[in-house]
Design a protein around this ligand. Structure first.
Ligand code: 5GP
Ligand code: ZN
Length: 116
Protein backbone atom coordinates (compact mmCIF):
# COMPACT_ATOMS: atom_id res chain seq x y z
CA UNK A 1 0.00 0.00 0.00
CA UNK A 2 1.24 3.50 -0.81
CA UNK A 3 2.41 5.52 2.17
CA UNK A 4 0.93 9.04 2.05
CA UNK A 5 3.85 10.57 3.90
CA UNK A 6 6.41 8.98 1.55
CA UNK A 7 4.36 10.45 -1.31
CA UNK A 8 4.56 13.88 0.36
CA UNK A 9 8.36 13.51 0.74
CA UNK A 10 8.62 12.65 -2.97
CA UNK A 11 6.41 15.63 -3.86
CA UNK A 12 3.79 13.32 -5.39
CA UNK A 13 1.09 14.15 -2.82
CA UNK A 14 0.07 17.77 -2.24
CA UNK A 15 0.89 19.18 1.19
CA UNK A 16 1.70 22.44 2.90
CA UNK A 17 5.31 22.00 4.02
CA UNK A 18 6.28 24.25 6.95
CA UNK A 19 9.76 22.90 7.79
CA UNK A 20 12.40 20.74 6.17
CA UNK A 21 15.85 19.49 7.12
CA UNK A 22 18.08 16.87 5.48
CA UNK A 23 16.28 13.97 7.17
CA UNK A 24 12.95 15.45 8.32
CA UNK A 25 9.89 17.20 6.97
CA UNK A 26 6.92 18.89 8.65
CA UNK A 27 3.61 19.74 7.01
CA UNK A 28 0.05 20.70 7.93
CA UNK A 29 -2.27 17.85 8.90
CA UNK A 30 -4.95 17.39 6.24
CA UNK A 31 -7.60 17.04 8.97
CA UNK A 32 -6.61 19.24 11.89
CA UNK A 33 -7.86 18.08 15.27
CA UNK A 34 -8.94 21.60 16.11
CA UNK A 35 -10.02 23.06 12.79
CA UNK A 36 -9.19 26.64 13.66
CA UNK A 37 -5.74 25.85 15.07
CA UNK A 38 -2.41 24.88 13.56
CA UNK A 39 -1.87 21.11 13.49
CA UNK A 40 1.51 20.03 12.16
CA UNK A 41 2.97 16.61 11.48
CA UNK A 42 6.74 16.09 11.77
CA UNK A 43 8.28 12.92 10.35
CA UNK A 44 11.55 11.50 9.08
CA UNK A 45 11.85 11.56 5.29
CA UNK A 46 12.75 7.86 5.29
CA UNK A 47 9.99 5.38 6.04
CA UNK A 48 10.04 3.85 9.54
CA UNK A 49 6.79 2.50 10.91
CA UNK A 50 7.17 3.39 14.56
CA UNK A 51 9.44 5.35 16.90
CA UNK A 52 11.39 2.29 18.07
CA UNK A 53 12.25 1.45 14.43
CA UNK A 54 13.50 5.00 13.86
CA UNK A 55 16.24 4.22 16.41
CA UNK A 56 18.09 2.53 13.51
CA UNK A 57 18.67 5.98 11.95
CA UNK A 58 20.65 8.17 14.33
CA UNK A 59 20.81 11.20 12.01
CA UNK A 60 17.05 11.26 11.49
CA UNK A 61 16.43 10.65 15.21
CA UNK A 62 18.68 13.57 16.11
CA UNK A 63 17.01 15.89 13.59
CA UNK A 64 13.55 14.98 14.91
CA UNK A 65 14.75 15.94 18.39
CA UNK A 66 16.06 19.27 17.09
CA UNK A 67 12.95 20.01 15.00
CA UNK A 68 10.32 19.43 17.72
CA UNK A 69 11.17 22.42 19.95
CA UNK A 70 11.86 24.63 16.92
CA UNK A 71 8.42 23.83 15.48
CA UNK A 72 6.71 24.28 18.84
CA UNK A 73 8.27 27.75 19.20
CA UNK A 74 7.46 28.73 15.61
CA UNK A 75 3.83 27.57 15.95
CA UNK A 76 3.33 29.48 19.19
CA UNK A 77 4.78 32.64 17.67
CA UNK A 78 2.87 32.28 14.39
CA UNK A 79 -0.53 31.57 15.94
CA UNK A 80 -0.38 33.31 19.33
CA UNK A 81 -1.46 30.05 20.95
CA UNK A 82 -1.02 29.67 24.67
CA UNK A 83 -0.91 25.87 24.82
CA UNK A 84 -0.18 22.87 22.65
CA UNK A 85 -0.03 19.06 22.58
CA UNK A 86 2.72 16.89 21.14
CA UNK A 87 1.24 13.47 20.36
CA UNK A 88 2.87 10.40 18.88
CA UNK A 89 0.99 7.14 18.21
CA UNK A 90 2.72 3.79 17.60
CA UNK A 91 0.73 0.80 16.33
CA UNK A 92 -2.95 0.42 15.57
CA UNK A 93 -3.82 -0.37 19.19
CA UNK A 94 -2.38 3.04 20.09
CA UNK A 95 -4.40 4.80 17.40
CA UNK A 96 -1.77 5.02 14.65
CA UNK A 97 -3.46 5.29 11.26
CA UNK A 98 -0.56 6.30 9.01
CA UNK A 99 2.25 3.79 9.51
CA UNK A 100 5.11 6.21 8.87
CA UNK A 101 6.34 7.46 12.24
CA UNK A 102 5.25 11.05 12.92
CA UNK A 103 4.72 13.56 15.69
CA UNK A 104 1.58 15.68 15.94
CA UNK A 105 2.05 19.25 17.17
CA UNK A 106 -1.39 20.61 17.96
CA UNK A 107 -1.93 24.20 19.01
CA UNK A 108 -4.58 24.71 21.69
CA UNK A 109 -6.09 27.88 22.95
CA UNK A 110 -8.87 27.30 25.42
CA UNK A 111 -10.99 25.62 22.77
CA UNK A 112 -13.82 23.29 23.66
CA UNK A 113 -12.12 20.09 22.52
CA UNK A 114 -10.89 17.63 25.14
CA UNK A 115 -7.16 17.10 25.64
CA UNK A 116 -5.60 14.59 23.21
P1 5GP B 1 -2.12 8.97 13.33
O1 5GP B 1 -3.49 8.58 13.80
O2 5GP B 1 -1.50 7.93 12.42
O3 5GP B 1 -1.21 9.34 14.48
O4 5GP B 1 -2.32 10.29 12.51
C1 5GP B 1 -2.30 10.37 11.11
C2 5GP B 1 -2.59 11.81 10.73
O5 5GP B 1 -2.23 11.97 9.38
C3 5GP B 1 -4.08 12.20 10.85
O6 5GP B 1 -4.18 13.32 11.73
C4 5GP B 1 -4.48 12.53 9.42
O7 5GP B 1 -5.37 13.63 9.35
C5 5GP B 1 -3.16 12.83 8.75
N1 5GP B 1 -3.11 12.50 7.32
C6 5GP B 1 -3.48 11.32 6.75
N2 5GP B 1 -3.26 11.35 5.42
C7 5GP B 1 -2.71 12.56 5.16
C8 5GP B 1 -2.26 13.17 3.95
O8 5GP B 1 -2.31 12.62 2.84
N3 5GP B 1 -1.76 14.44 4.05
C9 5GP B 1 -1.68 15.09 5.26
N4 5GP B 1 -1.16 16.33 5.24
N5 5GP B 1 -2.09 14.54 6.42
C10 5GP B 1 -2.61 13.29 6.37
ZN1 ZN C 1 6.26 6.31 4.42
Amino acid sequence: MTCPFCEIVKGKEASHVVYESEHTIAFLDIQPLVSSRAHILLCPKSHYETLDKLAANKEASAEIGIALPILAKACIEATNSTAFNVVQNNGEAAGQVVHHVHFHIVMRDGDEHPAV
